[in-house]
Design a protein around this ligand. Structure first.
Ligand code: 6GU
Length: 224
């Protein structure tokens, strides 16, 4: 899989993809993440990429020409399955959507900033619009990082057995059960006896029961 991220603040994203699981995923050849600076595609010598909104109002709007040039160059080099625009008025990101996207080949993630991008970018280039939640961020970069992270960790080979995505919260619409490690007794606070019993079947059923209970208490909406 290849993920191209188009942004006017590339430095916000550079370090995020240079660490931990995302770094290993790239080194292992499971994914290639390439970050593009919209400013490099500006059509004038001042390298401007935004302008005042037609009709007035506060806030600058990202112009279509630099974004069009960037996306068209990428699309001339390979086929993309989706051009995803990160925006608070997009479709709410859920695990189901992430699972679907993890099966795709190449993705472009477009980050908005200021008051967003010219509507014609969305009309002409964007195939899907995604929001990561009902709150407003100052730009799409964090949202793109969240989406890319959630996708990449699902790619076969990226996680090992211990970090397996199969036992994640949400993967089966249940929250994950509590986990414990040594010491077995911290100042009188003991680990549940069952986990030390060595009885795999009973432990699995206890974990499932804990997951159900936790979901009922915290996220009853997931069980409906
Ligand atoms: Cl994708 N962008 C911005 N700017 N804010 C958001 C968002 C995206 N998703 C939730 N809030």
């Amino acid at each position: 899989m290849r993920i191209d991220i188009v942004t006017c603040v590339p430095s916000l994203l550079d370090s995020f993809f240079a660490h931990s699981i995302l770094k290993r995923a790239q080194q292992g050849g499971f994914v290639e993440v390439v970050i593009h600076d919209i400013r490099d595609y500006s059509v004038n010598k001042h390298r401007t990429i935004d302008d005042y909104a037609f009709g007035g109002g506060a806030g600058m709007v990202l112009q279509i020409e630099p974004i069009a040039r960037c996306i068209r160059k990428l699309q001339s080099e390979r086929q993309y399955d989706e051009v995803i625009y990160l925006t608070p008025d997009g479709e709410l990101m859920q695990q189901r959507m992430v699972n679907q996207l993890s099966l795709k080949g190449n993705l472009i993630l477009l980050c908005g900033h200021y008051k967003g991008v010219d509507q014609r970018v969305r009309d002409l280039f964007v195939t899907r619009e995604v929001s990561i939640g009902d709150y407003v961020l100052s730009g799409g970069e964090l949202a793109a990082a969240v989406l890319a992270d959630a996708i990449i960790r699902l790619l076969p080979g990226v996680l090992n057995d211990e970090t397996s995505a199969l036992t994640d919260s949400f993967q089966d619409n249940l929250l994950a059960p509590p986990v414990y490690t040594r010491p077995a007794d911290f100042e009188g606070n003991k680990v549940p006896e069952i986990l030390m019993s060595g009885h795999e079947v009973k432990i699995e059923s206890w974990r499932h029961e804990q997951s159900l209970q936790r979901t009922k208490e915290r996220r009853p909406d997931l069980l409906e």
